[in-house]
Design a protein around this ligand. Structure first.
Ligand SMILES: NC(=O)CC[C@H](N)C(=O)O
Length: 437
């Protein structure tokens, strides 16, 4: 394929929106070396396009968008619909001299991973599973071949696009909800996995538009239907790349470091949701019996648990320790993937390094736990304002962020709430659903 003439250099904001600017292909080498201009105030834009009052950034200040070469993604030309090809890079937002900018979400994740490695010797492998709704198809049944075929050639084109872009697609499936599909990618090192999550959503939306469809990632498009979740799978490896989460002698097969990492996530769970589920409608999805996350607990193979110990299989000579992973289920596509994974790493790190008195061993609920046994597990926040209050009340969680990043995040969240203020439930949901397409 010939090189696309346009190169788009992008970051992902506090609402998961990808924003950036294009440069001509002839400038690509220069831009890879020295970046292109950017403005801190971009971080204070809500997903409704307004600048949040109270954001830390105003009319002054300048940054560079410095592309990460590893994220280079080519969208091939689609002459049938008159779209030229595009080269896309994800970028770090840096100071003008190239020094890290502490409010850059990608830098936040990288710094958390560095600190995990420096203080524990551990690294993270991760994968993001995305559900979304494909509007414009005939009605079909959940999980059916009919639904898979109804989405053709979108499905096959998507697998080819992701494969060609090096995103390593794993599963493409017709899901349970009306018009719902799921795409999973192979596990990768944590930064790559989060980069791929940012790219995946854009590639899905772009391809859907080119095929005359509309891909929606709203957390709950229909109040009576299924939610669109983003499930974040993660595992830990030691400095030699050996998996450390699995210990068959322990409850649920979860090793001591695994339990401690999980303890950190469970302890800070209510604050974490302010980052992983940052929209008002996120909380309509996070209710019991939706198989999203019905409470703050750790369980073997239970799709209602906030943290799920995923199944492993010996089939075909499978390596159980390598397959063993934890799945965080309270995220959705209104979250920034770098921040969502970054806060999980930060919380896990607190569990690993913190005083065990502050991070008591969580119970590992067995797969066959009855719902009546689980009535005492802590609840997730019921609304976004509750999650924001939980974040502000959690001084440990607040300490993970540059004060300007925290202030701006809170301002954006409150700005979005204000945008929906006074609308009734249906109107608010409709406005929300429209913005995350
Ligand atoms: N199969 C599943 O795990 C369903 C997930 C569910 N749709 C969610 O909102 O997270």
């Amino acid at each position: 394929m010939s090189d696309p003439t346009t190169v788009f250099v992008a970051t992902c904001d506090l609402s998961g929106q990808v924003r950036g600017r294009a440069v001509p292909h002839s400038d690509e080498e220069d831009v890879l070396r020295s970046g292109t201009g950017w403005v801190p105030a971009n971080l204070g834009i809500t997903s409704f396009g307004t600048i949040a009052s109270g954001a830390a950034f105003g009319s002054t200040g300048d940054l560079r968008l410095l592309p990460a070469e590893s994220t280079r993604t080519d969208i091939p030309a689609d002459p049938d619909v008159g779209k030229p090809g595009l080269r896309l890079y994800l970028a770090d937002q840096t100071q003008l001299d190239g020094e890290p900018w502490a409010c850059c979400p990608r830098t936040f994740l990288r710094t958390a991973l560095d600190e995990l490695r420096e203080t524990t010797g551990l690294s993270v492998t991760a994968s993001f599973e995305h559900e979304f709704t494909l509007e414009g198809l005939p009605a079909t049944r959940p999980f059916s071949l009919q639904r898979l075929r109804a989405a053709e050639p979108f499905g096959s084109d998507l697998l080819a696009l992701l494969d060609g872009a090096g995103l390593q697609p794993e599963n493409w499936l017709p899901e349970y909800g009306e018009d719902q599909f799921e795409i999973t990618l192979r596990p990768a090192d944590a930064l790559t996995a989060a980069d791929r999550a940012v790219l995946l959503r854009e590639l899905v939306r772009d391809l859907a538009t080119r095929r005359g469809l509309r891909a929606g990632f709203a957390p709950l498009p229909d109040p009576d239907g299924s939610g669109n979740g983003v499930h974040i799978h993660l595992s830990l490896q030691d400095a030699d790349g050996r998996p450390v989460l699995h210990d068959p002698t322990q409850p649920g097969g979860l090793s001591e470091p695994g339990v401690r990492f999980a303890a950190g996530i469970l302890r800070h769970a209510r604050a974490l949701t302010a980052w992983t589920a940052p929209s008002p409608t996120s909380y309509l999805r996070l209710t019991p019996h939706r198989w999203s996350a019905g409470g703050v607990y750790l369980a073997e193979r239970d799709r209602e648990a906030l943290l799920r110990i995923c199944p492993t299989s010996r089939l075909g000579g499978g390596d159980l320790a390598r397959q063993f992973n934890l799945e965080y289920r309270a995220a959705d596509a209104t979250a920034n993937p770098w921040l969502a994974l970054g806060v999980l790493v930060r919380a896990g790190l607190e569990g690993l390094n913190g005083d065990p008195a502050d991070y008591p061993r969580p119970k590992v609920w067995p797969e066959n736990a009855a719902e009546s046994d689980l009535t005492a597990v802590p609840a997730l926040p019921r609304t976004l304002p509750e999650a924001l209050q939980a974040l502000e009340a959690d001084k440990v969680a607040c300490s993970w962020f540059d004060p300007d990043l925290l202030t701006t995040h809170l301002a954006v969240r409150h700005g979005e709430l204000a945008h929906l203020d006074g609308l009734d439930g249906d109107a608010a949901r409709a406005r929300e659903t429209a913005r995350v397409h």
